[in-house]
Each structure stands twice: as C-alpha cells, then as structure tokens.
Design a binder for this molecule. Structure first.
Ligand code: C2E
Ligand code: MG
Ligand code: MG
Length: 633
C-alpha cells in the first residue's frame, strides 16, 4: 500500500472517530436538556405546592390577624403564576400529560378565579381565611400526589434511568467505535507492512526480489565508492531446472528452488544480500571483499552446497548451478553494467562444461556479442536457405556398399566463418529456432534423398540428427510425418538419430515419442553411444534399430588396443537387445577390419568418405554404384 492510500485511510478513520465523538457529545447534550427540562417541570410542580402551602400559611396568619393584606395578595398572585406556568408551554407538557392533571389545573384556576373577589375583601382576623385553607387542602393533596407520582416517583426515575442507560449505551458504542477505529488503523498498518514486504521479497523463497536486489546494489556501490572498498555480484543460474520442472512437476520444482534458496542464504555472510531474480536465477551481493579470491571461495562454497544430492519430495535430485562473478570497481562502475557483466560471466560458465563459475573478463562481452549476432543471422540464414547440408556415407562393412548417408549441417557465417553444427544447434535451441531448424534439416534431407532416387541412383537411407528440444518442447512426430508426406519418401528410408543424452534427459516421454515415430515406420538410431549415461533398463525400453558407437571409442583404439574389449561388449549388448551397430569415425583400415571381425554391421568415417555436398555424393553413388573404391579398403 502506498503512502497516499495510507494517508487517505488514516484520514477516514480519524473522521470516523471524530464524528463518533461529536455525535456522542450531541447525544449527551440532548440528554442533559431532557434532564434539565424534566427537572424544570418537577421544580415548577413542587413550586406550585410550595406556593400553595405559603398561601395557606398566609391565610392562617390573616385569620390570626398577623398578616398584611398586600402580602396575602402577593402570595395569591404567586400561586396564580405557578398555576399558569404549569398550564402552558412545552416544558410543562409532561406534567399536563398525566391523568387528571389538566382537570386539576382547570379546577384550581376556576377556584382561584372565584376566590379572587373574596380575597380582595378579606380583612385581618377574618375566620373565612381558615375556611379557604380547608378548601385549598384537597388541591394541595392533589399537587403533592402529582409531584410524588410523576416527578419524584417511578416514572421520573424510570425516565432518568432510561436516559442514563442511553448514555451508557452511547459510551459503550463510543468505546466500540474507538476500538474498531484503532483495529482498522492497525490492520491498515499491518497490511501496508505485508505489501511492502511482498513488493520487495519473493513469495516462494522469502528471499529479496530483483527490485530489492537492485536497490541494495545501488546503495552498496555508493557506499563502496565512498569507502574505496570492493563489492562483488554473483549471478547464479540453475542448469536444467526447466527439465526438472517439466518432468517432475511444479511442486517439486518449487521445493527445489526453496532448498537452493536456503542453502544460498546459509552460504553467505549476514551482511550479504541473496535474492531470487526470477525463475531459476539467483543473485548475491558480496560486500567489502578484499580480493577476487574471496569471490572464488564463495562460488566454491555455493557449488559444494548445491551440486550434491538433494532429496526433494522423495526424488533424489542432483542440481547444479553456473555462477558468473563481476566486481566493483574492477569490472564496472555502474550497478547495471556490473549486473550485465556478472550475467555475461554466468552465461560463459554455463556454456563451458568444464567450469561452474567464471569471473568476468572484458573479452566475454565479445562472445556474448558473437552469440547475439549468430542468433540473428541464423534466423535470416534459415529464411534465405543460406545453410548447407552435407552427407556422409554409411557403409555396410560386409558388402562394402553404401547403405545410407548421414545429413550434417554446415554453416559459414560471413563474419565468424565456419560455425560447428553443434554450436548451430545450441544457438537455435536458445534462440527459439529449434523447430524451424529441425524442420529445415528433415525437409532438406528427405527431398535430397528423393531426388537421388528419382535420378535412378541406388536406393539408400538418409539418417537425420534431431536436436534435444524437439523431443521435449515440440511436436516431432507431427513434423516427421508431415515431411514424409510432403516429400513422398518412404518412412523406412528415413533414420532418426537420437543422442544418448537426449533419451536420458527425457526419460518419461521419450519411449512414447520414439514408439510413435516407430509406428510411422521410420528407423531409430541411438547416436554417440558411450558418451551419455544410458541405464540398461532404460535402453531395453527404447525401440532403437541401430546403435552408433561414438567415434571417441574407435579413435582410442590407436592408443589403447584393449579398448576393443569395450567395443566388443557394446556390440554384444546391442545385438542382445536386437540392434545393429554402426561404428563412427573409422579412419584406418585396421579399425575397419577389427570392427568387421567383431560383428559390427556398419561403419562411417574418413576412411570411406568425408561428409560431402549433395552433388559429390551423387557422383560417388554414380561412379561407385554399389561398392566401395578398392583403393580405400
Ligand atoms: P554426429 O551425429 O555424431 O555426426 C558425426 C560427426 O563425426 C560429424 O561431425 C562428422 O563429420 C564426424 N566424423 C565422421 N567421420 C569422422 C572421422 O572419421 N573422423 C572424425 N574426426 N570425425 C568424423 P560434424 O559434422 O562436425 O557434426 C558434429 C555433430 O553435430 C554431429 O555428431 C551431430 O550431433 C551434430 N549435427 C550435425 N548436423 C546436425 C543436424 O543437422 N542436426 C542436429 N540436431 N545435429 C547435427
Ligand atoms: Mg549423428
Ligand atoms: Mg554420432
């Protein structure tokens, strides 16, 4: 809640309290007026009785010859005035409202009117005065009764009690109003505190959020500038968090983030700031460092705390993070620049499998710039068909015939030159171009194969590499079936290569996708076998027809001939699971012979053919038709 809202609410509450006080005051005033009026009526009635008694006393004294006529006359006048007071006016209506009161007033007036002439002629010592006293007695008794009954009796007390109870009610109401007002103010203050916390904190982890982090960084840097001290910013990003989230659900993902947040908090000093900057990205402000060695130590500590087994909702997870570090004032003077640099360093750490943290270096900005330029160029290159596809033959080791070609990407960038296909694939995945790239690769390979077929060349299969994102994020089955029907290539002439890592990454959905692809009729090959972490049970479930032994194992045969036993095991395993084996990277004839003898069905490598553009493959297929050049073998 902002200050204006808080001010308005407080103002309303104050108004509420003030009006309650004022209305209560008014109520009290009305009560007072009522009480005064009742008292006035009571007083007037008692005065009438008093005047009556005084008049009667004056009459008695007149009879005893002890009263002057003027004084008797005065008492008479006063008695009249008391009767008049009770006969008219709003204040004495209460009196007149009593049963018999009006009649009483009329009777006494009538009597006084009749008495007046006699009174004027009344002499001192006149015994008629005593008679008049006797005549007045019933009136006096009646007045007393009225007095006792109405004003000093039950009704008067009842009225007064009612007024007092009203007053008490009003007081309770007033206290209630004050209390509720106070509670309201407290609630408003509390809510505003919560809102302020929410505005500055991440609700999932309880850590500071990006806004708070940036504010703190600005303050810390201003402080460092004044004190000539150094401050480091660590950008921490979880690797493969999205996969965990997608595969195991958001509850597990959230719990993992909370666990990581708590471990990060435990890893830093009290004065440092830890924040969740968004998604799976965290930031740390490390204050008052003396050397970059301290940053490295913190990064190592964080790595130890996080890159280990974590039990989250019953799942054993192995999270890992990439950390980028940038130091004020060495790497940047301005907070935004410092953050950007830490981000760049983190990005470089992420793209390098050998390190988990990187300290920022100015050259890194060049690599980020390179990535941005390449990502933009790739989009254009795909739109304008500026990417090439080359094809590397796959040979049947027994017949020495070309049975298939593997389609491989080639991209020559005008500024950066040759860009390896692995980098192209990773840029495409990060820049959201994976689907477009894979569609292009499939279409190009299938149409190329169809044109060779139409040209009457030997029928061969085409093997296509598919990038990991296609299995998790896009409709690969749809893309493959559309491509097949667009190009007219028979499904069994297409081989889809899936890397071992891809199948492991998507352990839940891969079998399903692969089964669907199989049902389309395409063949499936497990690529780069031996470099990933396939479990045997996992492998058993996968519907692969071919297993491609990664070239590193073939090439290691040169250095360690014992590795043949390793390759033999792979071949036996593949055969046991009903798969045929393709050996990649065969460069020397000895390896060809050894592999053939071990029962490996197919081979691919520079010994036979290097990857070549389509027109060269056409010549190879034409010249050579079905057998490998005898010079090669
Ligand atoms: P890969 O699928 O294992 O492809 C085989 C790689 O080994 C190719 O490298 C090929 O040129 C190389 N190679 C073949 N025989 C030999 C040999 O005798 N000696 C040596 N040293 N190398 C040999 P390339 O073309 O650089 O491709 C590298 C990787 O990039 C591929 O490995 C594949 O994973 C990926 N890739 C290539 N094209 C595509 C594509 O169109 N889509 C996707 N998703 N990935 C692709
Ligand atoms: Mg391949
Ligand atoms: Mg391979």
């Amino acid at each position: 809640m902002n200050r204006v809202k808080l001010f308005i609410l407080t103002f309303v509450v104050l108004m509420f309290a003030a009006s309650s006080i004022i209305s209560t005051q008014r109520h009290t005033q009305v009560t007072d007026i009522l009480t005064v009026s009742m008292k006035t009526v009571g007083w007037a009635a008692s005065e009438l009785e008093l005047e009556m008694l005084k008049f009667m006393q004056a009459l008695r004294l007149t009879a005893l010859n002890d009263m002057k006529a003027e004084y008797l006359q005065l008492r008479f006048e006063l008695l009249w005035s008391r009767v008049d007071v009770l006969s008219v006016g709003e204040e004495t209506r209460e009196f007149r409202n009593q049963t018999g009161a009006t009649e009483f007033l009329q009777d006494i007036k009538q009597y006084l009117v009749e008495l007046e002439p006699e009174l004027l002629s009344l002499k001192m010592g006149d015994q008629n005065a005593i008679r008049i006293v006797q005549e007045l007695k019933p009136f006096q008794t009646q007045v007393r009764e009225f007095n006792v009954k109405s004003f000093s009796g039950d009704k008067a007390w009842g009225g007064l009690k009612q007024i007092h109870s009203l007053q008490n009610d009003a007081n309770i109401f007033f206290i209630g109003l004050l209390l509720s007002g106070c509670i309201l103010v407290l609630l408003v203050i509390r809510e505003s505190a919560i809102n302020r916390k929410q505005a500055l904190h991440d609700s999932l982890t309880g850590l500071a959020n990006r806004h708070f982090f940036q504010n703190s960084l600005e303050k810390t840097i201003a402080h460092s500038r004044r004190n000539n001290s150094r401050t480091a910013v660590h950008m921490i990003d979880m690797n493969e968090f999205k996969e965990i989230n997608d595969r195991l659900g958001h509850a597990v993902g959230d719990a993992l983030l909370q666990e990581v947040a708590s471990r990060l908090t435990q890893s830093v000093c009290l004065s440092d700031v830890v924040a969740r900057l968004g998604g799976d990205e965290f930031g740390i402000i490390q204050k008052n460092i003396t050397s970059s060695e301290e940053c490295v130590q913190l990064a190592q500590h964080i790595h130890e705390q996080i890159n280990c087994e974590m039990n989250v909702h019953g799942y054993r997870l192995y999270p890992n993070v990439s950390i980028g570090i940038s130091v004020f004032p060495d790497d940047a003077e301005h907070p935004d620049k410092l953050l950007n640099n830490a981000d760049t360093a983190m990005y470089c750490a992420k793209n390098n499998d050998d390190v988990y943290y990187r300290l920022f270096e100015q050259e890194m900005n060049d690599s980020v710039l390179r990535y941005r330029i390449l990502a933009e160029s790739l989009q254009t290159a795909l739109d304008h068909d500026q990417i090439q596809q080359v094809y590397q033959p796959i040979i049947c080791l027994k017949t020495k015939r070309i049975v298939a070609v593997e389609a491989l990407l080639r991209w020559h960038h005008e500024q950066y030159g040759y860009i390896s296909p692995l980098e192209v694939v990773s840029i495409a995945e990060e820049a959201g171009l994976a689907e477009k790239l894979n569609e292009w690769v499939l279409l190009k390979a299938c149409s190329q194969n169809m044109s060779w077929r139409k040209a009457g060349l030997p029928l061969i299969q085409v093997s296509v590499n598919i990038s990991p994102a296609m299995y998790t994020r896009y409709d690969l089955v749809g893309v493959v079936s559309r491509t097949l029907s667009m190009t007219g290539l028979p499904a069994d002439q297409l081989i889809i290569e899936v890397t071992e890592d891809t199948t492991m990454q998507d352990i839940e959905s891969s079998p399903d996708i692969l089964q669907k692809l199989r049902r389309l009729g395409v063949e499936l090959a497990l690529d780069d076998f031996g470099t990933g972490y396939s479990s045997l049970s996992h492998l058993k479930k996968m519907p692969f027809q071919k297993l491609k032994i990664d070239k590193v194992f073939i090439q290691e045969l040169n250095n360690a001939p014992k590795d043949m036993s390793f390759i033999r095991t792979i071949i036996n395993l593949a055969h046991g699971l009903g798969m045929q084996v393709v050996a990649e990277g065969i460069e020397v004839i000895e390896h060809y012979e050894d592999l053939y003898l071990e029962g490996c069905e197919y081979g691919q490598g520079y010994l036979f053919y290097k990857p070549a553009p389509s027109h060269e493959i056409e010549c190879i297929l034409q010249e050579n038709l079905n057998t490998i050049d005898s010079r090669a073998l």
